[in-house]
Design a protein around this ligand. Structure first.
Ligand code: HAS
Ligand code: CU
Length: 640
């Protein structure tokens, strides 16, 4: 084993598994865990569809049904959709920008464990029949002390704390990695579009998530220590909840969607075999969507009796956001139209699926953005149709496309194309059969969140159709997992750059070694692997007895200094355990916070305890001026 392999290797066995800080091992775990939550939440949806398949059905009762849709929605949004996007970014971004790990590797591990424990808590409370039952947005007063007895809403509030702490850490990690750890020459104007999308998303997360954490903390204190934030009788305000929630909730739907835009912008040029059309316009559109997404939240509150003039501004903003979204779509169409003839391999099929489904969902969004029309459609199945068209079309289809696209990088083997086509067509057809009828049901007046309906309502046929579609989607997801399971071992071996793509992640071996790049390549353009004679230069002289990587300057990515990244450690895992104890304890008594802080403090002391050997210190960055510029500038030709 060479020295660099030795330095970056994890310990064997369980301890090594629990203590790894490799962004790729953690990224894979993140993806697998969030997909497990996706499957669990999907099974709950299947039960709901069985219940709704016939009128006056009694497969489950109203109380169970409330828990089903609340856990389904909360899990899909907080434990699957947002973290899965961060997860693929935590895997891919360091490879795409040409560095060896994320900026804060131990925090990355901590954030993974927190998400896992938060998710397990939700599953546990569901199994013991104490799950949240006031919907994924958990409106007060339904979730408040008066109408929400038991601990159900407290578990919801604490789930938010778990997932938001985890999400915020992911965002900080992505921003710092992108700003400081890029390969030399990768100026901001040469960032891959997926990285731009993740940067925009990370900033949205940073500004939006504190709002819902505040809301859920107010809620838990209202319930636990009788504060009165949401109680109008004592000067509180119920609408405050909706404002705080949707100030987060609307950007949230875009931090599921914007990463997906990034995924498409990586896959599509690869298949069209040309540079993306309108790179600058794409970046401007991504940043515009991120900004505008903070000015739309009231379109979720059009039925609350706010002043009409105020609402009209939110109608205007909602319609305005169609423009940057449309801009992206037109740039992709232009890329396809001027590129080479496209091969319809599995990743590309899912992108085509995105186009069809998302545009329908986007247009119903514009319809709902009209406050007058929305006063009729609010809380009906029309909204359910809209949200699934945009979420599944706009995020899950690109995500599956991304799985087919990057799987060979992660495993060194390709997913089966034949199974991929089955996966796609079952999903595409099943999805439309399941969700298109919901538009009509909504227009016919079927409200959302009802556990059953009378035969006389005339909604039976379309509901049965929808259930059939839902099971087709489930079958398609099963095909996907079988494909992954089989291809992981027996799939066709893939070369490093299996699709002939242009991004740096394809310059690393498949699967990449723990340090990603033995020599970090220098970048000269937006599509480095399509440059003739790539790489023109490589970084040499990074010390290999410590986990080192190159730090570059924010704007122009000129080499700045060498950072020493921390080694593997069990402490992030232990700290996450202690945090979990503290969070769950404080559901039952406010003293849980006080006493729970003690074990947490102990684990944090362990985490930051300095090692004897100073060169292996676990600080994030260490400046070594003499090892900086001179050595990293050596060109490849000058090497022995
Ligand atoms: Fe939405 C509710 C409006 C995009 C997700 N949305 C939801 C909910 C979710 C969600 C989860 O204004 C339900 C939350 C809940 O549980 O209650 N949404 C919009 C608008 C857009 C939009 C205007 N939504 C998304 C995306 C999501 C998402 C993306 C996740 C990935 N949404 C609403 C409104 C509600 C809502 C109301 C509340 C309803 C209620 O009563 O509760 C836009 O970003 C869509 C832009 C995209 C397009 C398609 C491509 C653009 C082209 C350019 C040309 C088109 C133009 C428009 C110029 C428009 C091709 C012409 C207009 C025509 C009508 C022809
Ligand atoms: Cu919205």
């Amino acid at each position: 084993m060479s020295r660099i392999d030795d330095t970056w290797a994890d310990k064997p066995g369980l301890v090594g598994w629990l203590s790894t800080v490799d962004h790729k091992r953690i990224g894979i775990r993140f993806v697998v865990t969030t997909l497990a939550f996706f499957v669990f939440a999907g099974l709950l949806a299947a039960v709901m569809r069985v219940q709704l398949a016939r009128p006056d059905n009694h497969v489950v009762g109203p109380d169970t049904y409330n828990q089903l849709f609340s856990v389904h929605g909360s899990m899909m949004m907080f434990l699957f959709a947002v973290p899965v996007m961060e997860a693929i970014a935590l895997y891919l971004v360091p490879l795409m920008v040409g560095t060896r790990n994320v900026a804060f590797p131990r925090l990355n591990a901590y954030s993974y464990w927190l998400l896992l424990f938060g998710g397990l808590m939700l599953i546990f409370v569901f199994v013991i029949d104490s799950a949240p039952d006031a919907g994924w947005f958990n409106y007060v007063p339904l979730s408040g002390p008066e109408f929400g007895p038991g601990k159900r809403s407290d578990f919801w509030a604490q789930l938010i704390t778990f997932t938001e702490v985890s999400g915020l850490i992911g965002a900080v990690n992505i921003i710092t990695t992108v700003f400081k750890l890029r390969a030399p020459g990768m100026t901001l104007a040469r960032l891959p579009l997926f990285v731009w999308a993740m940067l925009a998303t990370a900033f949205m997360i940073l500004f939006a998530m504190p709002s819902v954490m505040l809301a859920s903390t107010f809620l838990i204190t209202d319930r636990l220590v009788t504060t009165q934030f949401f109680n109008p009788a004592e000067g509180g305000d119920v609408l405050l909840w909706q404002h705080l929630f949707w100030f987060f909730g609307h950007p949230e739907v875009y931090f599921i969607f914007v990463p997906a835009l990034g995924v498409i912008s990586q896959i599509l040029p690869t298949f069209a075999r040309r540079r993306i059309v309108g790179y600058v316009a794409m970046v401007v559109a991504l940043v515009t969507i991120a900004f505008l997404s903070f000015g739309l939240w009231v379109h979720h509150m059009f039925a609350t009796g706010l002043p009409p003039l105020g609402m009209s501004f939110f109608t205007a903003a909602s319609i305005m956001i169609a423009l940057p979204t449309g801009l992206q779509i037109f740039c992709w169409i232009a890329t396809l139209a001027t590129g080479e003839k496209v091969r319809f391999a599995a990743p590309f099929l899912f992108i085509i699926g995105f186009f069809f489904i998302f545009i329908i969902g986007g247009l119903t969004g514009v319809m709902l953005g009209s406050s007058t029309l929305d006063s009729q459609l609010h809380d009906s199945y029309f909204v359910v149709a809209h949200l699934h068209y945009v979420l599944i079309g706009g995020a899950v289809f690109p995500l599956f496309g991304g799985f087919y696209y990057w799987f060979p990088k992660v495993t060194g083997r390709r997913l089966s194309e034949r199974a991929g086509r089955w996966n796609f067509w079952l999903f595409f057809i099943g999805f439309n059969v399941a969700f298109f009828p919901m538009h009509i049901l909504g227009l016919e007046g079927m409200p959302r969140r009802i556990y059953t309906y009378p035969a006389a309502a005339g909604w039976s046929g379309l509901n049965l159709l929808s259930t059939i579609g839902a099971f087709t989607v489930a079958l398609s997801v099963l095909v996907f997992f079988v494909n992954v399971w089989r291809s992981r071992r027996a799939g066709e071996l893939a070369p490093d750059n299996v699709w002939g793509a242009s991004g740096l992640e394809w310059a690393a071996p498949s699967p990449p070694p723990p340090y990603n790049f033995e020599r970090i390549p220098a970048v000269r353009s937006r599509d480095p692997l399509w440059e003739p004679g790539f790489p023109a230069a490589e970084v040499v002289g990074l010390p290999d007895i410590v986990r080192s990587t190159l730090v570059t300057r924010l704007h122009d990515a000129e080499p700045d200094h060498i950072a020493i990244l921390p080694d593997a450690s069990i402490w992030p895992f232990l700290a996450a355990l202690a945090t979990t104890i503290m969070f769950i304890w404080s559901v039952f008594t406010p003293w849980g916070l006080t006493w729970g802080a003690i074990p947490l403090t102990i684990t944090l002391i362990g985490w930051f305890w300095p090692k004897k050997d100073e060169t292996r210190r676990t600080c994030a960055v260490e400046v070594k001026p003499d090892a900086g510029d001179a050595r990293v500038h050596q060109l490849r030709e000058a090497l022995p």
